[in-house]
Design a binder for this molecule. Sequence first.
Ligand SMILES: [Zn+2]
Length: 440
Amino acid sequence: MDDLVADLQMLIRQPSVSAKNEGIEECAKLVQKLLKKSGAKSEILRLRKGVAPIVYGEIKSKQNPEKTLMFYNHYDVQPAEPFDLWDDPPFSGVKKGNKIFGRGASDDKGELITRIKAVEAYLKTTGDVPCNIKFVIEGEEETGSEHIEDYLKKYKKKFSCDGVIWEFGYVDAKNRPIVGLGMKGLLFVELSVQESVRDAHSSLAVLIKNPAWRLIEAINTLRNSDGKILIKDWYKEVSSLSKNDLGIIQKEPFDENVFKKEFGIKSFVGNKKGLEAKKALVGDATCNIAGFVSGYTGDGAKTVLPGNALVKIDFRLIPKMDPKKQVSRLKKHLKSKGFSDIRIKVFHGEAAARTKSSHPFVSQVKAAADKSFGKSILNVSNAGTGPMHPFVEILKAPCISIGSTYMFSRIHSPNEFARIDLLKKTTKCMCMIMDNFGKN
Ligand SMILES: [Zn+2]
């Protein structure tokens, strides 16, 4: 594990900003080099020109060729801007005490390096791995993993496996890793109304309808103030949380007061408290106004009647909600309420994914996390979204997220860092996961 830090620094020093197509090919080649150095066979897979390649790695197990564990990661990073807020250049990979700084230090190059080093250590000390290992390392995660589904379909056979370790995993403020079993889905839409061909003098509001009012009236029918979505059949296929899941949620630490203080809020949606708040984070759907634009919002007063209004809405989806079905339900809803004039544009649809807490893979990963960190926390579903659904659907494999990312390591922000103590612990944890998975 001696070169863990040096190899991570080398990876950080190769910029790989997918949003700007900066250094993507170069970084893919570097990752392939690191995989080969670890003892894995590696190749660069392509979908077509203009799409970032996937770096694929494989090690066949001599002792247990029947079982395959996949590590899913990404080599691309978020843009480093704003540059002037960084204490050191974002791609310098500078080490200060227990921390390595740089864009991608935690997300996701730090996570990737722990997995490569775990495999390398195993091969070096035993000459074998306890199960087959596959690495699938994509280059478009930070721009929405647009082609991961196509890649999974094209290379379905090559990628076949019995379990997937997800690209990231958080470690909380008390050094407990979170073993995550799922991600919520997402539906992102834009609703807009065009009433007149241009803005008008607001005295004409007696005659010309105001599109902002129109849009407010429409979106006011989408949910109630407790957060429940009022679109017909929105929850039709959804099943309630299992007893097992409820037990896990109950055990999960959540300090309401610290959370409220952090955001400067007095109460939660629907005045949820305690267990209800925790259940919502794991298992509730949302209808969130991400932004609303219409008319004049500059300094002082301007008596204007806007010609159009636009709102962007994100819906978090929970398991069994099909984004396509939900779009048609939303359209039907608006029509049935008399809002046929509202235009709908769909930007993104992604289904939720969740691995059953009773799956043996869960206890194998949890046991490894407990042993290497002293204690870990099970989480039924992350409140956020990732492209986990195509993995579960196409590869039919359970997915679990566990990793080395300290929860306040400023990912996506200036001065992102990775903690070396956590990188080392996580590398050991990955070895134990391979062990528990291969030998059970
Ligand atoms: Zn990220």
